[in-house]
Write a protein that binds this ligand. Structure first.
Ligand SMILES: Cc1cc2nc3c(=O)[nH]c(=O)nc-3n(C[C@H](O)[C@H](O)[C@H](O)COP(=O)(O)OP(=O)(O)OC[C@H]3O[C@@H](n4cnc5c(N)ncnc54)[C@H](O)[C@@H]3O)c2cc1C
Length: 390
């Protein structure tokens, strides 16, 4: 592993940096509707500029970038403070790569381009009440009737379902065998009769989450990805992509720099919060930890580049990033004091609500894409070789 850019990578970085400097739109709007609209426009700009589907193969409209180039792009993207694209992430980072790996030809032809252009938004209908970490326990029923699958049941925590055109949905088509057998992976048009969506408000004040209820929604069998009853293999492909493709140090690096600036301009006694030795210590520790994250991200990327598989570094990265992220946001609010609790308060005092929002949002990081406990279990078994817990 070499942490310095090769000449080709340096050229790629310079090109990415220049393009982002010339095209980056203003930072994201706050309302959900505005964020979705901005996400669609920005995705189209990325597509037109040749930056959409960076790591997708060229034959599917992507850029065919290497894993290291994708990581470089993520670093430059964070440094440019370009818009957060969570609202399009399911399509770009889960559905697209899953279809490329497991989809039928017609599915690739129909769905990949609208994802790349930002024309169609996707949501992920995996979790259910009683089936989160233990996803294979899911019970939403899919009954095969002729050339359709009739879906009845409930999903929960379905981010962006209200704005989504399509959903990757996992249902149980056979309950007679082991829980990993009998699952089927479906592509579901969210306009299908029998689908009802109820928003769930999060502590940030947004309602990105939803409950999605299916009452005999009829889905064509042609929309099955892989084979009926053998959806678990497809689910694993999706989750591997979710866990293997990240550069979380990039945004955190920028945020720690913002935090230093915040400490410098926040009055404390006769000086600023940056004069407080306790705060300086924690900021210095954060800066070192971000460096360690960066090295881990490159190690992960090198491994994916060599073997095609994320190793246990993926879990190390997710675990350490999500917990460090919370500590960084905690310190920001400690520095701001009561002013930080006013989400839309005095922009100078409260940093325009940025840190308060981030503090609350950071709680989610240790839950989605595998909770911290699940990541620790993976590391315990796969790295330390410990036996399964009771
Ligand atoms: C911001 C956000 C967005 C999300 N978006 C989506 C989405 O779009 N689509 C979707 O399908 N899901 C989504 N989720 C749901 C997410 O995948 C689940 O919350 C996650 O898998 C955990 O499942 P759970 O909430 O049911 O908790 P549980 O699995 O019930 O876990 C409860 C607690 O028990 C612990 N625990 C569970 N199993 C073990 C174990 N074996 N060993 C030790 N501890 C354990 C967990 O770590 C946790 O602390 C989202 C979640 C968040 C936070």
């Amino acid at each position: 592993m070499d942490l310095k850019d090769s000449p080709d990578e340096a050229r790629f970085r310079a090109e990415a940096r220049a393009w982002l400097a010339a095209h980056r739109p203003e930072p994201a709007a706050r309302s959900a509707e505005e964020q979705v609209a901005l996400g669609r426009r920005w995705q189209r700009a990325l597509y037109d500029g040749g930056w959409a589907g960076l790591d997708w193969p060229r034959e599917y409209g992507g850029r065919g970038a290497t894993v290291i180039e994708s990581l470089i792009w993520n670093e430059e993207y964070a440094r440019a403070w370009a818009p957060d694209m969570t609202q399009l992430a399911v399509g770009l980072h889960l559905t697209g790569p899953t279809l490329i790996a497991c989809g039928a030809d017609w599915q690739k032809q129909r769905f990949l381009e609208p994802i790349l252009k930002g024309d169609e938004i996707w949501c992920q209908g995996f979790s259910e009440p009683g089936a989160g970490s233990d996803l294979a326990a899911l019970r939403t029923r899919g009954e095969i009737q002729g050339d359709e699958i009739v879906v009845t049941g409930q999903k929960i925590w379905t981010s962006f379902a209200r704005y989504a055109d399509w959903c990757i949905l996992v249902v149980r088509t056979d309950a007679s065998g082991s829980k990993h057998h009998g699952l089927t992976f479906l592509l579901v048009d969210m306009q299908t009769p029998g689908i009802r969506i109820r928003p769930l408000r999060e502590m940030t004040g947004h309602a990105w989450f939803n409950e999605v209820f299916f009452d005999e929604a009829r889905i064509p069998q042609a929309n099955v990805v892989g084979e009926i009853d053998h959806g678990w293999a497809v689910v694993m492909t999706t989750l591997d992509v979710e866990r293997g493709s990240s550069a979380p140090h990039a945004k955190l690096e920028v945020e720690v720099a913002r935090l230093v600036a915040l400490a410098r301009r926040t009055p404390r006694g006769r000086g600023s919060a940056l004069d407080d030795p306790g705060i300086r210590d924690r900021l210095a520790a954060f800066a070192s930890e971000v460096r360690i994250l960066r090295v881990t991200a490159y190690r992960n990327a090198s491994r994916v580049q060599e073997t095609g598989q994320p190793g246990p570094e993926g879990s190390t990265l997710k675990l350490s990033w999500s917990e460090l992220n919370q500590r960084v946001k905690d310190l920001a609010l400690e520095i701001l004091g009561p002013a930080g609790l006013v989400p839309e308060g005095d922009p100078l005092a409260a940093d325009d609500g940025f840190w308060a929002h981030e503090l609350l949002w950071a709680r989610a990081g240790t839950i989605y894409a595998g909770t911290s406990e699940v990541q620790r279990n993976i590391l315990a078994r796969r790295v330390l070789g410990l036996p399964r817990g009771g």
